[in-house]
Design a protein around this ligand. Structure first.
Ligand code: CP
Length: 291
């Protein structure tokens, strides 16, 4: 199957190649135009950043983007994912970007002949988010080997945490997790949040998904913020030169203090800018047969 589905089989050199291509696009060193190509976005779950930055990446590459509105589509008449994507292929699109709640939904699409770009699958993976996180870290430190990262928050329900931890470890980073016990899993060793603040190069905050927890009545917003959030005090105590990343959307005042969101250590909006260039890189590399 063609496309960009998961980073699990990508070697560090291939990851670096994608980052270098994205940086070339960002610096205007690389101009690639696919003027006769048309691609389609198919989002079964809500999204602002991934959905719109894939469309922006297509526009910058000269590709015409078309969106399927799931709520008015024949998905609501029971049409399967496979038949929906086969329909888009038959109509003549050159690629499809999909976000779906099912882990590894793309395994159902093995007979699809156009490239598929994974915009997030269940709690499994979000490869372009991982790539834009890595690009942001690389721009800051110029390397991955030896950096310490702590992923903080709702690890158990997070495709970003699972995708990031796996590839960060393979790139030589030391990965830890922090958060309430019932939010954690065996993704990486647990570290105390205040220890992480003092010693880690990257604090990778996650959105708290209270809607997914029935067992958190006692853990309200204020308690979470004080126990595990990036408070103003914690931001001041961060290791010199360290940065905060967050995939967003952000719960201001819960996982991060309002004043810290755009503070000097935060790279949250830089990540969103990088997301466009990463998506330009993966789309162009797939269409050129380089991925
Ligand atoms: N980071 C991220 O995936 O955001 P969206 O859900 O808005 O796409």
């Amino acid at each position: 199957m063609k496309g960009f589905l998961t980073l699990k089989n990508y070697k560090p050199e291939a990851i670096q190649n994608i980052i270098n291509t994205a940086i070339s696009f960002k610096n205007n060193d690389k101009v690639t135009v696919f003027s006769n190509k048309k691609m389609v976005t198919l989002f079964f779950e809500n999204s602002t950043r991934t959905h719109i930055s894939f469309q922006m990446a297509m526009l910058k590459l000269g590709i015409t983007p078309v969106d399927v509105n799931i709520s008015t589509s024949s998905v609501n008449k029971g049409e399967s994912l496979y038949d929906t994507v086969k329909t888009l292929e038959s109509i003549g699109f050159d690629g499809v970007v999909i976000r779906h709640s099912q882990n590894e939904y793309y395994k159902e699409l093995e007979n699809i002949n156009i490239p598929i770009f994974n915009a997030g699958d269940g709690t499994s993976d979000h490869p372009t988010q991982t790539m834009l996180d890595l690009m942001t870290i690389y721009e800051e430190f110029g390397r991955f080997e030896g950096l310490k990262v702590c992923i903080v928050g709702d690890i158990r329900h997070s495709r970003v945490a699972h995708g990031n931890a796996e590839i960060m470890k393979r790139l030589g980073m030391e990965v830890y997790i922090a958060g309430p016990e019932n939010f954690l899993d065996d993704t990486a060793p647990v570290m105390d949040i205040d220890e992480a603040i003092k010693t880690c190069d990257v604090i990778n905050l996650l959105r708290v998904q209270f809607e997914r927890h029935s067992d958190t009545q006692e853990l309200n917003d204020k308690v979470y913020h004080e126990k595990y959030g990036m408070t103003e005090t914690r931001a001041k105590n961060m290791k010199k030169g360290s940065i905060i990343i967050h995939p967003a959307p952000i719960n201001r005042g819960i996982e991060i203090a309002d004043s810290v969101v755009e503070g000097e250590n935060s790279r949250i909006f830089a990540q969103m800018t990088n997301g466009v260039y990463i998506r330009m890189a993966v789309i162009s590399m797939v269409l050129e047969g380089k991925l």
